[in-house]
Design a protein around this ligand. Structure first.
Ligand code: PLP
Length: 423
């Protein structure tokens, strides 16, 4: 059990930081250092990290090779801020991304660097889809989460966030995600019918935005068939397909992109979170070349494509994506992890279940209060893990993809013990 001491005091945050803070409430210690799959607080207590910066740290904390390139770049006076001027760091990143990620997958995209957050990329994607098609409506899905700035919020389902908007988060029609209507109902049939029926009340949308595995919405993984139906409907109706790969991308489900398993070719892909590989803010829009209808500077921003993040991002591509080792590890570790979670879920009352894909897994505790108790107990025992789902009923298990077997087991043991103590 951790000891509270003055060096771990949270009073500065309670006194000075806005009420809006959230993670510091779930994990009430002051963190100081981190390495790989562990975090250390000011008292020297080490936590296993199954949160991974909500998906921003797929390669763990402070990967030494990535940090080496970042520090060398800093020491060489490499340019850090350049608006969207041409820089060596950006040229290297886009060239490399094209060479080792896009071309081997037969994908052809132009790059747009919006502001550094995921929501910035979603905003840009929606705006571009509307501009390119001349239509305003967007289809999003139940339990979808795409960020909390106004445009992104309009395609986010959760009422807790939507109610905070202050204006109606408009311009979106929500359709049932895969499985929302029950396991034996194909919800894409409803979408197909509504699109085909001129009296359905559905305005022909500019785009459909989808997560192939919903992260914040509860680790709901769409099937290959459902995603392919979605793409087919897009093609048949001249609708753009936007895949939000902000949380599920960068290897989280095994492949670099989460949609590869379904052979999709989205019109727009949004990436952020683990793109820089070490937690530096960076986001990216990949757009089919014929969609590049922007006029110069029409979508702008001061912090587009931060060069330090691009240097780190290039290092991450070089280290993890020039061979298939990481992908294979994710599949292997994901199988081990889901098997352990299934064992933890067994014989619980109420029933627990496990779902997800690759190393993006959820332990559904059925009721939010159980999940909350378990997560709190796990933190006391030394595990950082968060909840998701409409009622916070799902424990979101997202260890770094690079976690070693011993640390993984340590985290699972803490989770197992916490479940047994709470339910
Ligand atoms: N899209 C998805 C799928 C996300 O999971 C998130 C954040 O969790 C976002 C968009 C928003 O990203 P950000 O918090 O960086 O604005």
């Amino acid at each position: 059990m951790r000891q509270e001491s003055s060096s771990n005091s949270l009073s500065a945050f309670e006194d000075l930081e806005s009420n809006v803070r959230s993670y510091s409430r779930s994990f009430p210690v002051v963190f100081r250092t981190a390495a790989g799959a562990t975090l250390e607080d000011e008292n020297g207590f080490v936590f296993v990290d199954f949160l991974s910066g909500a998906g921003a740290l797929n390669y763990g904390h402070n990967d030494p090779d990535l940090l080496n390139d970042v520090t060398e770049y800093l020491k060489s006076n490499g340019i850090i801020h350049a608006l969207d001027m041409a820089t060596s760091a950006k040229r290297e990143f886009i060239g490399y991304f094209d060479e080792i990620i896009l071309r081997p997958r037969d994908l052809s995209y132009k790059f747009q660097f919006p502001g550094p957050t995921g929501a910035n990329a979603v905003e840009a994607a929606l705006k571009l889809a509307r501009k390119a098609t001349g239509r305003h409506n967007i289809i999003s899905f139940t339990n979808g989460f795409h960020g909390v700035s106004l445009g992104a919020l309009a395609v986010t389902g959760n009422r807790y966030y939507r109610d905070a908007a202050g204006v109606p988060p408009a311009g979106t029609v929500f359709m049932p995600y895969d499985g929302y209507l029950g396991v034996d109902r194909d919800s894409s049939e409803y979408l197909a019918k509504a699109l085909a029926d001129a009296s359905s009340g559905l305005d022909l949308p500019a785009a459909i935005i989808v997560e192939t595995v919903q992260g914040e919405g509860g680790i709901n993984a769409a099937s290959k068939g459902w995603l392919q139906s979605l793409e087919r409907l897009c093609r048949q109706n001249g609708i753009l397909l936007i895949v939000d790969d902000i949380q599920a991308g960068c290897g989280r489900t095994g492949n670099f992109f989460s949609f590869e398993f379904a052979d999709l070719s989205p019109d727009i892909v949004v990436l952020s979170k683990s793109l820089s590989g070490c937690g530096l803010p960076l986001s990216l829009l990949l757009l089919k070349p014929d969609l590049d209808v922007w006029r110069p500077g029409e979508h702008s921003g001061t912090f587009r494509g931060n060069n330090l993040a691009l240097v780190a991002g290039t290092a991450a591509l070089r280290k993890y994506w020039t061979n298939t080792t990481l992908s294979a590890e994710v599949t292997k570790t994901g199988n081990i992890l889901s098997e352990h979670l299934r064992q933890i879920a067994q014989n619980r009352d109420p029933a627990f279940s496990v779902r997800g894909r690759g190393m993006m897994l959820g332990l559904d505790c059925g009721v939010g209060k159980f999940a909350e108790k378990i997560v709190r107990k796990a933190f006391e025992g030394g595990l950082v893990v968060e909840r998701c789902g409409s009622e916070g009923q799902v424990i979101k298990v997202l260890p770094p993809l690079t976690i070693d077997g011993k640390t993984l087991q340590q985290g699972l043991d803490i989770l197992d013990k916490s479940v047994r103590e709470c339910v």
